[in-house]
Design a protein around this ligand. Sequence first.
Ligand SMILES: [Zn+2]
Length: 492
Amino acid sequence: MTQELGITVKKNQDSSEWYTQVVKKADLADYAPVKGCMVIKPYGMKLWESIKDDFDSKIQETGVENAYFPLFIPESYLEKESDIVEGFDPEVAWVTHGGNKELEERLAVRPTSESIIAPFMSDWIRSHRDLPLRLNQWANVVRWEATDTRPFLRTREFLWQEGHTAHGSEEAADEETMLRLEQYREVIEDHLAIPSILGYKPEHDKFPGAKYTTTIETLMPDGKSIQSGTSHQLGQHFAEAFDITYEDRDSEEKAAWTTSWGLSTRTIGALIMAHGDDEGLRLPPSIAPIQIVVVPIFQEDNKEEVLDYAEQISEELEDKGLRVEFDYRDHRTPGYKFNEWELKGVPLRIEVGPNEMEDDAVTTVRRDNGEKEMGLDREQFLEDVKDVLEDIQQSLYDELDEYLEENIREASSKNEILATIGKNRGYVKTKWCGDEACEEEIKDEVSAEIVVLPFREDSKPATIQESDEEIEGECAICGDKAKRWAYFAKNY
Ligand SMILES: [Zn+2]
């Protein structure tokens, strides 16, 4: 493998350098002149577009319409809701000049859009007949992070969708919040093959001003947790601040209940981290821009026949609706091509040379486990290929699911929590009274915090209705009556 093509560090030895090399060498993104911003290259953008298509179809099928609101938010708008101001102020980028002229009012580059969308919702909602109102926008936002920035995982500008809805009752807003979280789960688990934990954020860590925040958390191979998406029940707080009211059936004026929910390009960072290995990316077939690469192996004297045969197979695979790359480049050796497509995470490689051609066969190599099968009958292979891809998708999921199971450890005292965090990666599951002070005691000694209060005790994908069970026993830290299970972890 040539030096500039391959990854030169092992993932488990230097995961940070490994990550940076994969992002650059797999052609996902490049660094921008402004720190913390990124250039998303076409291959990386295809991943985002796939996530976008998957989620967009889900929300459109469930009553959401896309709209677009301005990038700039007048300071006076942002100030209408004091929690938003306090929550986001340290991270807001401000526009102070238009050309050479100082602006009369500073403009925020949106860090999130509640304060620009809510006033319009207020305008558009008159009566209960206008509810629910469900809007979504696909956009970029800017949060001026001071800490370590890394492409996709933590960037000052990122792409996301933000959904904003208004409802006529608390129950309807609860349902909306949970529906969107469940749809995030489908994207992360089914499309990206990453098992996750769903639950609430602790009270003190919720979205500024929200009634509660729900989160989908996934465990990365370095043992840190990453928040892949959040869905907020905003209560009537924003509706009151922005005057989103409606006339109910009895002609009474009432404040609406609102929600907001977002999923960002950070999920691509999670995808890279979760599945990648020492050779580079490993992409689940569902999201892979190229699902199968066909590499012909030929000499000068059989080039034409082998290329014809390989092309025929490529076309047959495309006819099955698969995303196929026929790599007929003749200035690259087969070995170079193998490495390049492995680096880019293509789930399945087909090799065809003179032997395969003579036997009407193919040789396949799976990216998830490196398994090679030689001389498979071509027709049989074409019949089986979709099952093979499904199997790859499932095996990538199962691998992580096993890792997740192994890395949730229960602890029942403060010392045990500290020792478990100190010794292991992953989540420490413990009973918690709900008091922030108890979390602080842990935070002060190790850089871990409560990342999620899982919906269900076994932490498997939640059925939302079971989410609020009371638990027995005492808080592991202070000994008072416990309210919930809490998962401590280091996080991104
Ligand atoms: Zn406690």
